[in-house]
Ligand binder design. Sequence first.
Ligand code: HAM
Length: 415
Amino acid sequence: MIQAIKGTKDLFGNELLQWLNVENTIREICRYYNVGEIITPIFENTELFVKGTGDTTDVVQKEMYTFTDKGDRSITLKPEGTTPVVRAFIEHNLYANVQPTKIFYLTPCFRYEQPQAGRMRQFHQFGIEYLGTYSASADAEVISVALEVFNRIGIKNVKLYINSIGTPVTRKIFNEELKEFAQQNLDALCGDCVSRFKNNPLRLLDCKNEKCKQVMANAPSILDSLDDDCKEHFEKLQKILKYNNIDFEINDKIVRGLDYYTKTVFEFVCEGIGAQNVICGGGRYDYLIESIGGPKTGAIGFAMGLERIMLAIEKQNLTKELENKVNIFVGSIGDKGFLESQKIVYTLRQKNICAETDNLDRSVKAQLKYANKIGAAFACIIGDDEVANGKVNLKNMETGEQTEIEISKLYDYIK
Ligand code: HAM
């Protein structure tokens, strides 16, 4: 049998209803925050991610689904949502509009990672990007959007960690300091960290290996390397968060996995959903837009993994009663009855009544059994007499009670 590809998943039934409910909640919140939606293509020129997401990142080096199309172009399925939004922002001159540009997306993403609970090869992100602002108030606002999502869904045990990783200039100096520290401890670090030491020293700070963590606990703090502007920005963010009673913890080991971040970075961690417990991550990227050909523009955003949100919903028993309710089953006996039953269901459906009928040519007994199985609130059978009299016996499936009613009054009765 041909099966779905490893790390991908079919969504249907109740699980899909829960998923759509989350998406609805997200869209509703974005409306109140005055954030517009964007849908960018599933694939982009590979160069966009190499330049934007960063060629030293694991995502670009190891995890992209890249292929050459029939026109000999290198194409990549988007591994994240930010860089395509930035491309669109530049391509459509959105920076010429009133700023900031506040955009959100719900999109599939693709990364060739080792699948496990909460880590898929095709996964879905809800992301938000505020482009055209350098203000710490934008940092606080996007953080509050994420929090609002967790609150409205009811997700508990979520903790916000924030950090500042400075500018490319301050980071260059810090990277040297970090390398000096790591050099003395290189023997104790894992293989990945040895290559990070060469290519991306900042990532030494967030290695998940216990031994590396122990070593890096004594590493210099990136917060001590910030210049006055970055310090002021970080302090302002904290002030706004505190004033709005948004709890957070500073964690100077958070550096994030993508190259474009500057100043603020943050993560929301949800305890109890397994090893992949970062349900949302984001930060400022004040140099990304110019690095891929746009004007110098400040920006901040985040993305949360919908699969991880669903895991939290499942683990915390937050699934809602969302099943579609069938209002009425209209069955039939005989040819005339059949035609009339079809007409009745079509008419009721046009008036937003969920009406079901028999599509398997069942016997009357089997039709009523089916009506029961699908949980129809009412049921009736249309035969020659019903067609002639214009009346039916409507059965309340819960109480068993039968009421004679004119076919033309069915809608009013059920409504
Ligand atoms: P990211 O940390 O790579 O950041 O991904 C954001 C979120 O996507 C993660 O926190 C996680 O919830 C989810 N996620 C990532 N990889 C997987 C996977 N393989 N399976 C399931 N879920 C996953 C970004 O992508 C940035 N673009 C976020 C951002 C927006 N920064 C600024 N603006």
